[in-house]
Design a binder for this molecule. Sequence first.
Ligand SMILES: [Zn+2]
Length: 132
Amino acid sequence: MRLTEQEIIDILDSKGLHCLNIAEYENMNTILSLECSNGHHIDASLKSVRNAHFKCPICEGKNSLSAEVSNLQVPEKSGKRIVAIDNATENVGVSVFDDKKLVFYHLFHFTGETLDRMCDNRKLLEETIIAA
Ligand SMILES: [Zn+2]
């Protein structure tokens, strides 16, 4: 049964979240653009949000880990930053911790010829990870 817009809003409200693209909702797996009460931007599905353990990954750190959560912007550095990279040319996993708290994680996908993928990889590290 499809949820009504009000039911979706009520679920998000109960988690202290506001949806910025509710018109794009199709089903539980649709990635919604959400904002927590502290203004953090989170991309997550309603399926993830409904999980009892779901919390804003930036406010709550790794306790909020959920498979379909990603935050596409590396937040401004606060405290001692540790960046963990599972490096490859096609799929690159990146986790960023500030003061031992997970503030960002994402699996980046690169396509094209090896050299193109390596250049995109370098660009990611320089512009997204190092510059942040
Ligand atoms: Zn937050």
